[in-house]
Design a protein around this ligand. Structure first.
Ligand code: EPZ
Length: 423
């Protein structure tokens, strides 16, 4: 099993290219189930989750062909030969549940394993099921699987989500494109990945208004055609690498970075004393004024502060000048990185959904363990400014959402390497 060794190595300087968004790609790939024509995705990130989604779609009879070293995918579902998403695949990654809506819309039937919980929370799928039922689906839970049918096809309707869910919004948005009549989704998620999905579906002939707002209206159509769609830049990878010079000092340009995707996050960095500037190629982040200032953070649905950057922000605040309070409002168990940061000398107190971080002068390297995707990269960021060596194990968590971390950071002067333990 691989591990990654990071040593504090002083300020970082250079450029880091930002890839396409994992969380956009994972909802864009299932759109292939909505048409018999090929869909081409460009700017695809090279991640294990993308490979797993490709395998899942192939299990339904789709052809998935990679090109350009995996950065381009052609997805073609000429015919669906299997309607079941097996537990063995679904348990590996939750996004596989995003096939339910499109499969139901096209085929009128789908059998999808319930995903079960994960490290950061119980993560039920009740909003997905209730939403699809509002469009005429019939759901039956049996032996850990959702058996879904849509006798007579899906129909439009007005559905209000009790609270914001990115995945449930995406599942219903895809399903509603082929439903008879008009669907209005209220209290919908406004995340850039939802906007990117709507953009792709519209290019396939779907009739969608209001993506990016809380109310999305979809006029169902009889069929969708193929398209070529560039995956939006990954705002979470972007935010993660914006924190590298913030933590280690220096100046790094994030190529392809867009301020509009990370506004709430960038504002918090500026309050902490970090400079964020737009450039011709992206964003330039600089931090050359010693210790950053403490700031309080509360995670919220977009356009609020993203929960997927909370762990990385905590790594920064561990050496801030003062006391910061982080409030996690999206997931009930998303402070697993705190005890690992404490192993590096951080001073963190967690009470339910609040973490109080008292900044220390310097962290020290230590052996630490990744517990989930974002926690893993927060430990690498902390290691960039720590004294001595940080050894991160369970790196498979990281590979799910970050491509070529070592290359990207060492190109800016970081001391970071992956070691493979063949034991
Ligand atoms: C998406 O997950 C992202 N994953 C997550 O990123 C991200 O943290 C999350 O949105 C919030 O921004 C993908 O896009 C693949 P939700 P999703 O439905 O859709 C509860 C990462 O690190 N809920 O918006 O699963 C749920 O438990 C990952 O890349 C229900 O109770 O998130 C959570 O507390 C982690 N019932 C809250 O709502 C439901 O049916 C928000 O979840 C659905 C959700």
């Amino acid at each position: 099993m691989d591990s990654i060794i990071v040593k504090g190595n002083g300020p970082l300087n250079g450029q880091i290219p930002i890839a396409g968004a994992k969380n956009a790609c994972l909802t864009l790939m299932p759109v292939t189930l909505l048409t018999e024509e090929p869909v081409v995705l460009t700017n695809v990130p090279r991640l294990t989750d993308i490979t797993t989604m490709s395998d899942l779609l192939r299990s339904f009879g789709a052809e998935v062909t990679a090109a350009l070293d995996g950065q381009e995918l052609t997805l073609h579902s000429g015919a669906i030969t299997n309607h079941t998403a097996e537990y063995e695949i679904v348990r590996k990654f939750r996004a596989s549940f995003f096939v339910l809506g499109p499969m139901l819309a096209r085929e009128g039937q789908a059998v999808v394993s319930l995903p079960g919980g994960c490290a950061i929370g119980a993560r039920p799928v009740d909003l997905h099921l209730k939403g699809l039922e509002a469009l005429g689906a019939v759901m039956e839970l049996r032996d850990g699987y959702v058996h879904a049918t849509a006798p007579g096809g899906l129909h439009g309707g007005t559905h209000e989500f009790p609270f914001v869910s990115v995945g449930a919004t995406e599942n219903l948005l895809m399903a509603a494109t082929l439903a008879k009549g008009t669907t209005v989704l209220k209290n919908a998620a406004r995340e850039p990945e939802v906007v990117d999905l709507a953009k792709c579906l519209s290019a396939m002939g779907a009739q969608i208004d209001g993506a990016g707002t809380s109310t999305i209206t979809i006029q169902g159509v009889a069929r969708l055609h193929g398209t070529t769609h560039p995956v939006v830049v990954d705002r979470i990878e972007l935010g993660t690498y914006m924190l590298a010079p913030a933590i280690a000092g220096g100046s790094v340009e994030l190529l392809g970075g867009r301020l509009d995707l990370v506004r709430a996050f960038a504002e918090k960095l500026q309050v902490a004393g970090i400079s964020v500037a737009e450039t011709h190629n992206g964003l330039l982040v600089s931090q050359n004024n010693g210790r950053v200032r403490a700031v309080d953070v509360k995670t919220e649905p977009h356009p609020g502060f993203p929960t997927d950057l909370q762990a990385q922000m905590m790594a920064l605040l561990c050496t801030a000048d003062g006391v910061s309070v982080l409030e996690e409002t999206i997931f009930e168990n998303r402070f697993m990185h705190a005890p690992e940061l404490a192993r590096m000398g951080a001073d963190i107190e967690v009470h339910g959904g609040h973490a109080t971080v008292t900044g220390v002068e310097k962290l020290r390297g230590a052996p630490v363990m990744a517990t989930d995707l974002r926690a893993s990269v927060s430990l690498i960021l902390a290691g960039l400014a720590a004294e001595g060596e940080t050894v991160l194990s369970r790196v498979y968590h990281l590979d799910r959402g970050y491509e070529r971390v070592e290359e990207k950071l060492s190109a800016c002067g970081a001391s970071i390497q992956r070691v493979t333990d063949d034991g």
